[in-house]
Design a binder for this molecule. Sequence first.
Ligand code: 9PG
Length: 531
Amino acid sequence: MSAKLAERLTIVAEKSRPAPDGGFLLNGAEVEVELPFEPVRYLVHGWQSWSLATWLDPARSLPPQKPRRLHPMQLDPAYASLPRPHGSWLGAVETPEDGILLLGALGLEAHVELDGRRLRGRYESGSGEWFVGAGDETTVFSRYADMLEKRFGKGRVERPPRVWCSWYSLYTAIDENILHQALNDLANLPFDVFQVDDGWQRAIGDWEPNAKFPSGMDVLSARIQASGRTAGLWLAPLIVVPSAPLYQQHPDWLLRDEKGNPVSAGFNWGEPLFALDTTHPAVLEWLAALMQKVRGWGYDYLKLDFLYAGALPGKRYLDLPRETAYRNGLKVLREAMGDAYFLTCGAPILPSIGLCDGMRIGPDVADIWIPYRDAVLLANPTVPGGQNALRTSLHRLWLAPLLHTDPDVVYFRSQRCSLSPQEKSLLQDLSLVAGFRATSDLPRWWTDEERQQVRAWLERRPRVKRLGRYLFKIDDREVDFGPHIELPPAPQGWQKLQGNLFGWLGSQAAVLRALHKNGQRLLQKMRAENS
Ligand code: 9PG
């Protein structure tokens, strides 16, 4: 931090001392940094993998993302209606000196907001440490990451694996024959992991193979291993749906609100989602046994999803702060899974550091760049789409010293994909910049040329240099993501009316169930065509 800027900051905290390499270390339940300038842009940093992270004009108020019913699975519901620009654990502003000023928590359950010229940080319960740093953006974030590493640790795996994941082709419409076929068709392409995603289990909360996997999950993992690859499996261990036996059998395992009702963790798969209480000893035992079971089946790469549920506000068996409760649960999962590769997804960011090897750092991609209804009319930057994934992932690359940053899969196929060649290249370049390479394309959908491109992408050892916030050099080519990440303008007039209508409809369980049914019909058709 330049001496000039340091002198002109007004800091309010219980304690404040200079940090070893510049900037300040603060202590306090509530701290404030008053800026000697009007901030031009503010870094919004969302709570979990899928939540929005981006630089914004502080005068631009974001329209509330819709539908409301999905908030618990897209942002931190405790702060959904804060009027001012804000973010989880950290906030930053651009300074007139061409750099940034960051206020970042070094502990859990912290939130930062911008109130005019004041950056204000607050711990939800108790007091904690903060870092204030200013200067070049990359340098400030790497110092912050260093400090987080000292407190939380970092991932243990050197090189990120190259992953084939089943999700973004047939979604839940997978079965064992289709996966056998895909595995065969990959032939000798150098994927390190073949990961089975959502669609294998009986229900969310009932983690046994369903009728589409009659030979059992161990037979499938054996086949994967015989191809020289690590077998990967998707699970969402911290959520449960009412149709799962667990929901009826263990009502006391659920996270509840003050009135004793189960806390909503969102709505998906045509059902409401509920969260398990990770402070309950029986839940922890069940989680550990689940990890041991899937390791026993032969899965050595685990993608654990919808993890935010463990950190939602609510009343717990033990009266622990929510992110601490989550982190304790994650520790149990980590220990029970032993040396498996652990990818977190839908995960609150800070509380997962040090316990996972990789993390999804943005929302889902999709075979479309900007889904008009959801991203534009509903002003929702967390829904699946190429642009949404690119935008947030770019603002989370600062996590790279702490874990493998997974920006989600890339597409090579032209079959069943509405991304333009340029949009596909943007995602492919993002995967090189983030260092985590994955795709879900069914190999039989590739042309010979596309298959060649996949091979070249997998075999590359690119030299990547960051030249600016959005500007990178990949080998000898400059890539500028800057022009491709602007948020769609807030809907006005007729669009706004439509958005309100869809937002209301999207909060109705009956509508969500009907949409799900329709989706299932389309997927069944696709499954038949690919069997
Ligand atoms: C499986 C998928 C894939 C994917 C994950 C996660 O409704 N939602 O808001 C919603 C968000 C993300 C999501 C699914 C639903 O995707 O990110 O890679 O594993 O689950 O169901």
